[in-house]
Write a protein that binds this ligand. Structure first.
Ligand code: PEP
Length: 239
């Protein structure tokens, strides 16, 4: 079983001076990761937290202006990468097949991929959340996935950056479903990390971390400042 993971996602925020926020976040009991803009990865490589990218191309190199490959992220000092974040899926039209190809590229480069999945509010209202989750799991996770190189992040799209959070029963239902699907497909499916993401704050972290099969969090807005992210890391360590 992987160690618990508190993962931050700075999205398109941060300049080099902001890396000072990461200096005191390491914790003996849980892993702490921050997925940075690509411009900051090399500058952050010696800080006492793990560093990740926020996306990678499925190819190792080539004529893809503006893109970044998994070996480039690894070379800069990243050990993780997010794949399939909902903002990549919506802003860049990334499909489940794209996400699987990017994840496979991450594995080939020695990176741990955090594959993001989750339903929209319309899907939640239609009562088909678990069907959508099934489709995303089946098509976004490549066969190269193991508990060592892959983590799943359940992030309801309607909870990202909105301040809205599912009930703990809703989180529990989806996490148990993800765990069951992983165990059906992978010999080590019981050991994959499964994060919750979507408006995690210091004030709600402890109750989310108490939900079965939640092994950590993917945190956007509240990961930018140590004063906000530190208490979330501490809540995970205490869970
Ligand atoms: C995210 O970016 O993955 C995220 C969960 O953002 P926030 O915590 O701001 O909702």
């Amino acid at each position: 079983m992987r160690r618990k993971l508190a993962a931050g996602n700075w999205k398109m925020h941060g300049l080099r001076a902001d890396l000072a926020e990461l200096a005191t976040l390491d914790n003996a009991d849980v892993d702490v990761l921050v997925c940075l803009p690509a411009t900051l990865i090399a500058a952050a490589r010696d800080l006492p937290v793990s560093i990740g990218g926020q996306d990678c191309h499925s190819a190792t190199h080539g004529a893809h202006t503006g893109d970044i490959s998994a070996p480039m992220l690894a070379d800069a000092g990243a050990t993780y990468v997010l794949t399939g974040h909902s903002e990549r899926r919506s802003d860049h039209g990334e499909t489940d097949a794209d996400v699987a190809a990017k994840t496979q590229a991450a594995h080939a480069a020695g990176l741990t991929a955090i594959i993001c999945i989750g339903e929209t509010l319309a899907i939640r209202a239609a009562g088909t959340t678990l069907d959508i989750i099934d489709g995303q799991l089946a098509a976004s996770i490549p066969d190269s996935a193991t508990d060592d190189n892959t983590i799943i992040a359940y992030e309801p799209v309607w909870a990202i950056g909105t301040g809205k959070v599912p009930s703990t029963d809703q989180i529990a239902e989806v996490h148990a479903h993800i765990r069951a699907r992983l165990a059906e497909r992978f010999a080590d499916g019981a050991d994959f990390g499964i994060l919750y993401g979507g408006s995690v704050k210091a004030g709600n972290a402890a109750e989310i971390f108490a939900v079965p099969h939640v092994t950590g969090a993917l945190v956007g807005g509240a990961s930018l400042k140590a004063a906000d992210f530190g208490p979330i890391v501490a809540a995970l360590a205490a869970s």
